[in-house]
Design a protein around this ligand. Structure first.
Ligand code: ADP
Ligand code: ZN
Length: 749
């Protein structure tokens, strides 16, 4: 019997592995990255498993592994298991998951750690107090260098430091080396994304009674080697209730037990401010905190990851992909703002990091805390069904009241202002004027979700909804149809408003630029800045604008929801939301939920300082539940009503929804491929699965690609995945057609 490894070659689209022998003395384990011969070339791959084989019965000559990359496996056994789970659930290849789990520089043939030469005294010399006497007194430089290194202890100095700032010649070091008094070795150095910044340690705050209850609950299960995973805890805590402080103290506890922790935050919220809060609390063990976000250079990202792999870092703060951090001995996973859509990856593999946190928690028997002021309905339903534990913090730490939210009915405004496109209501105009007079600041939000046209009557607020789904229908102008993208129902668009008879009922909307010019017209001399993807293209543009705003050099900021999160401006006393409806009228079952979340977040931006805040929300549908419950800061009321609706229509979270899309440059080929696939899927369709007819996507053409789609729903997601896999086994598509499967899709585009 001989040991061999099963290797999944990089880039392979099937999950088929190849076997290679392990040469004597080579250390490999599952998760190791290896170089192997493959059809006359050399390939890189990941070891999936190590097995025993009887080579004498093999009909072929099994080749040996050539080399192991790096000094240890890059993926932990638990991550290998997680990869398999992801591949099964999200219908993607295992290799694509491995690829996502590893930072790019770690995927090559070489270990990409930045190496440097280090000079130090060998252990024996360090212990021998008489060792220095072996240097002749005349070699003054050598005596000096030796003393410097002895002082430095076992860490020594980098060679570059000795020959640089310390001013020793290379020959001096070599002289000592020849005498066996120093050694020069290769070490891995890391590129520190915080640039060697030092942090002043922040002290834990004394928890208030609400925080104490939650902390006790988390500490009871975290930082322990448990028999089985405890229930995930949903921490429902209003904005400013001190959730972050709870996370910090829970992590502290986990570290004291010798275990590690992962904290996920939405990319957009992962500002230096957030990162520094963690760095500060753990300032005395700063090296043990790794920060992973998308603006790191590849090298920095790799080094942070390497720090985790080498068990130097025990805490990881990061966006979505940080869920793949190779932390062993996990004592806690925290997902902050768990409702955020950015946890879902919209390219292959289309995983949802919050859900993976829960899966990883089960695999590693580790508690998971999901925190939010507006929990996702998925999580809320799991609390109701007893799958998750609920922890609540309903009071703000500073006892400040939540701001007053005023709802403006834009139908009335439009009539009042004589029809046409109305951007600012008179109420909002007055409110801005008052702020300008008092030297206080204003933030205006423009909701820019929704690429497609919905039918919305500006006179009466009528919206064309699907009679089967209560979801907004999309206008497809090229074939003049109103289509529901949830169920496929379609109808002719009305020529005039069915409610009030008005003629122009297509909602074309307006952008930030338009708002900016209107503001400049109304408020002469006001300093206005615009934050959107156009103006923020330049590096540091966002930071510079926000700095200027903080320094009160700007009176009004107008922006998209990219500025709705995590910003603190004590002088902002007015927040306006110009078009709360836009997010409501998109073909998306979560439209109401998202609008509610946005309202809550936006309201959280007002009155963060000593001054009280006011929020003005303009809408054509003032009675929509998302707006009414949002106005009263009533999450629980909203969740109850919305969940009842979802249940009635058979929408998530009561079912799992999968979006199947075929796209191609050629319209007919995309459409034909999808129709063929649909036919095959319809044959032997398990009873539990509900499937739509093939439809053009809401965004039927994008980036020169035509797109067609089918939606599947089932209570058990495995049924969908299994059926699709079975059908796909013997399907082939033209080369230019790309077919994607999006399990638990968030966007219907
Ligand atoms: P959340 O994450 O729920 O929005 P934070 O954790 O950011 O809330 O807390 C809001 C503010 O209250 C922060 O400035 C924080 O330092 C402060 N804070 C949190 N907990 C306490 C406490 N127990 N005592 C005093 N201040 C606290
Ligand atoms: Zn419908």
């Amino acid at each position: 019997m001989q040991s061999c490894v099963k290797v999944l070659i990089d880039g392979s689209s099937s999950d088929l592995s190849f076997s290679y022998l392990i040469p004597d003395g080579m250390e490999v384990a599952p998760g190791s990255r290896v170089l192997v011969p493959l059809r006359g070339r050399e390939a890189v791959g990941t070891v999936m498993a190590v097995e025993e084989v009887d080579t004498s019965v093999l009909s072929y000559n099994m080749k040996p592994v050539r080399k192991v990359v790096g000094s240890q496996p890059f993926l932990t056994p638990d991550l290998l298991k997680l990869a398999e789970w992801i591949s099964g659930y999200y219908m993607c290849s295992i290799e694509s998951v491995y690829r996502t789990m590893l930072p790019k520089p770690a995927r090559g043939k070489e270990d990409k750690s930045k190496k440097a030469k280090q000079v130090r005294l060998p252990a024996g010399v360090l212990k021998d107090s008489a060792a220095g006497e072996r240097i002749p007194k005349t070699a003054k430089k050598q005596v000096e260098a030796f003393e410097v290194l002895r002082e430095a202890g076992e860490g020594g100095f980098l060679l570059s430091e000795m020959t640089g700032v310390k001013g020793f010649g290379r020959s001096t070091i070599s002289g000592l080396e020849d005498k066996g008094l120093v050694e020069v070795v290769d070490v891995v150095v890391s590129r520190d994304p915080t640039g060697g910044q030092t942090f002043v340690a922040s002290q834990p705050l004394t928890p208030n009674p609400e925080q104490q209850v939650v902390l006790d609950k988390i500490k009871k299960v975290s930082g322990k080697n448990l028999e089985k995973a405890p229930k995930p805890i949903l921490l429902y805590g209003v904005t400013g209730s001190g959730k972050t402080e709870v996370y910090l103290q829970s992590i502290q506890h986990v570290l004291e037990q010798g275990m590690g922790a992962i904290v996920l935050v939405p990319e957009i919220a992962l500002t230096p401010q957030t990162a520094n809060r963690f760095k500060q609390r753990f300032a005395d063990i700063q090296d043990q905190v790794a920060i992973l976000h998308s603006s790191l250079s590849e090298g920095e990202r790799h080094d942070e990851w390497k720090k985790i792999l080498n068990r130097k870092a025990r805490i990881v703060i990061g966006a979505r992909s940080a869920i793949f951090s190779p932390i062993e001995n996990l004592g806690l996973i925290v997902v902050d703002e768990e409702h955020e859509n950015s946890y879902k990856q919209d390219t292959n593999p289309r995983y949802q990091a919050r859900d993976l946190a829960v899966v990883r928690g089960v695999l590693e028997k580790c508690p998971v805390v999901l925190g939010s002021a507006t929990p996702s309905l998925e999580s809320w339903k799991n609390v109701e069904s007893g799958k998750y534990d609920l922890a609540e913090m309903l009071l703000r730490v500073d006892d400040r009241k939540l701001p007053l939210i005023r709802i403006i009915d834009m139908k009335l405004e439009t009539r009042k202002q004589g029809g046409g496109l109305t951007i600012l209501s008179s109420k909002l105009r007055e409110a801005i004027e008052a702020r300008l007079a008092d030297g206080e600041q204003t933030i205006l939000f423009l909701n820019r979700r929704g690429f497609s046209r919905s039918m919305l009557c500006p006179q009466c607020g009528y919206v064309a909804n699907c009679r089967h789904c209560a979801s907004t229908m999309t206008l497809h102008q090229h074939d003049d149809k109103l289509v529901c993208h949830i169920c496929g129902f379609s109808q002719l668009p009305p020529r005039k408003c069915p409610e009030c008879g008005a003629k122009d009922i297509v909602n074309s909307g307006f952008g930030t630029e338009r708002v900016e010019s209107v503001l400049k017209e109304f408020f002469k001399g006001a300093r206005v800045a615009r934050i959107d993807t156009d103006t923020m293209r330049k590096k540091n543009a966002l930071r510079d604008t926000l700095d200027a705003f903080r320094a009160k050099k700007i009176d009004i900021i107008i922006g998209t929801q990219m500025i709705a999160k995590g910003l603190h401006f004590p002088n902002v006393t007015l927040v306006g939301m110009l078009n709360a409806d836009v997010g409501l009228h998109i073909p998306d079952i979560r439209a109401g939920e998202r609008t509610f979340q946005l309202l809550t977040q936006v309201a959280g931006r007002a009155g963060r300082g000593e001054l009280e805040g006011e929020v003005v929300v303009q809408t054509f549908t003032p009675h929509h539940p998302a707006i009414q419950f949002g106005r009263h800061h009533d999450f629980i009321g909203f969740a109850e009503q919305e969940l009842a609706l979802r249940k009635m229509f058979g929408h998530p979270p009561y079912v799992h929804m999968t979006l199947i899309t075929a796209r191609s440059k050629h319209q007919e080929r995309a459409e034909f491929s999808l129709k063929t696939l649909h036919l095959r899927l319809a044959r032997d369709l398990p009873e539990e699965i509900v499937m739509t007819e093939p439809l053009p996507s809401p965004l039927v053409k994008s980036h020169d690609q035509w797109r067609f789609q089918v939606v599947m729903k089932a209570v058990n997601p495995r049924k969908i995945a299994t059926h699709i896999r079975t059908v796909m086994k013997d399907m082939t598509f033209p080369e230019d057609v790309i077919v994607t499967f999006d399990m638990d899709c968030y966007q219907m585009s």
